[in-house]
Design a protein around this ligand. Structure first.
Ligand code: 2M8
Length: 419
């Protein structure tokens, strides 16, 4: 593993701020120089969270910059482009400008985990800036309305993802089964380092899926009736639930009724328990109408809910702390349970540890006053970045860094973990 000179907390914090400064384009923060030259949705929410204490001005600009990309439907896209290309699939694939609901700025046509309500709440908690809450609130309320209306494809109160990219955990083994059910296509997907990605041709299927949705005019009717990939994911919905609760708490500041957000959170909780729980939370494939029985870090998303019943909380934490996850690796938290045949410590979202999911689990631990677990997640994550730098992800056994360097959410969330 690469050795880095020992750094104290203050120096680590300065390094993190310097990474975020370097990744700031003047309008938003890119996830990393080179590979990701635009603004990504949940990356930006993590940047807002990390900057809340240190650079609230920048955190506000970051969120507003992302929201420039919001569609009139309320959909917040997973990428807002800064330039025309430099990334595949770029604007010429998504063709957002041809859609009447799209904004002037070029965007993708998919969404991403809706962490923004929680990010706004986090920013408010650290700044007390009620004026900014009033400013940003309507856009986030529209985002939630979009999910409740256009994405409740199962009709039970959960939002469905319609593409692996919408999960933020693109290469997760949880998507193998539904992807295998799609036709095999070859486009030649050469933009990324394939050794670190999915082992077979799934990225070609990713592009095919995205183009089918585009060619259907990004229509909710098409998603409901025809689109072949529709999954209820526990991480996406756990994050949405946490954002609904955040929006309910912020509602009085925005002068609106908190009840609809609280009711939405209740609906999500009920549906998570009824539809996705079977000893731990699994994703549900709506097209095959069954649970996808591979346990990934996504299983722990519903722990963000303070109202999760105690027996489910205990059972899920037992899995997290067991030799299936944290109990067997030197570092928190592998992105797939290590006993799964699909586990691969080197490939994106199929095994490596990520700072953002560690942070979300640490947040879940705080919500449930699981102090020891929270401390373990904090210490383990700080050990990763101290040793290997602000890498995109990490080998969960030896802590070595993988993927991009100077990765924004790794830097931003380090700032929060150091506080
Ligand atoms: C990764 O996703 C992009 C596609 O959106 C990719 O694989 O090229 C994921 O890790 C995702 O969670 C993240 O938002 C994005 C940018 O950091 O990279």
């Amino acid at each position: 593993m690469e050795a880095r000179p020992a750094v104290d907390d203050a120096a680590l914090g300065r390094e993190a701020l310097a990474v975020l400064e370097a990744n700031w384009t003047g309008t938003g923060t890119v996830p990393a120089p080179g590979l990701y030259p635009h603004q990504w949705s949940w990356d930006s929410a993590f940047v807002v969270i990390g900057l809340a204490r240190h650079r609230p001005d920048r955190a506000r600009d970051e969120l507003l910059s992302l929201l420039r990309g919001q569609w009139a439907t309320g959909m917040v896209p997973h990428i807002v482009f800064h330039t025309r290309e430099a990334y595949f699939p770029g604007p010429s694939v998504w063709r957002s400008q041809e859609h009447e609901a799209a904004p002037r700025v070029l965007t993708s046509g998919l969404t991403a985990p809706p962490l923004h309500g929680l990010a706004l709440w986090w920013l408010y908690r650290h700044t007390g800036d009620a004026a900014f809450v009033r400013q940003a609130y309507p856009a986030l309320a529209a985002q939630h309305d979009y999910l409740a209306s256009a994405r409740d494809l199962g009709g039970a109160g959960l939002a469905a993802i319609v593409h692996p990219w919408e999960s933020g955990m693109d290469d997760s083994p949880a998507w193998d089964e539904p992807l295998n059910a799609l036709p095999s296509i070859r486009y030649g997907y050469h933009h990324v380092e394939m050794e670190e990605r999915h082992p077979d041709s799934d990225h070609d299927r990713y592009v095919w899926l995205a183009m089918r949705y585009r060619d259907a005019g990004y229509s909710p009717g098409y998603l409901r009736d025809e689109h072949p990939f529709a999954i209820e994911d526990p991480m996406f919905n756990g994050i949405w639930l946490a954002s609904c609760q955040a929006m309910a708490e912020l509602a009085p500041l925005a002068g609106v009724d908190p009840a609809p957000h609280a009711e939405q959170a209740e609906r999500i909780r009920r549906a998570l328990l009824e539809r996705l729980w079977d000893g731990c939370f699994y994703a549900r494939d709506l097209r095959a109408d069954r649970l996808i029985r591979v346990c990934t870090v996504g299983a722990f998303g519903p722990l963000l809910d303070p109202g999760l019943p105690a027996d489910r909380l205990r059972a899920a934490v037992d899995v997290l702390e067991s030799a299936r996850f944290m109990g067997a690796t030197g570092y928190p938290v592998p992105s797939c349970e290590i006993r799964a045949t699909q586990f691969d410590r080197t490939r994106y979202w199929r095994g490596p540890s990520w700072v953002n999911t560690n942070w979300l689990l640490r947040r879940a631990a705080a919500v449930h006053s699981l102090d020891q677990l929270g401390q373990q997640l904090t210490n383990g994550t700080l050990r990763l970045v101290r040793q290997a730098g602000f890498r995109e992800c990490f080998d969960p056994f030896d802590g070595s860094g993988r993927g991009c360097r100077d990765f924004s959410w790794s830097a931003a969330l380090t700032l929060d973990l150091l506080a």
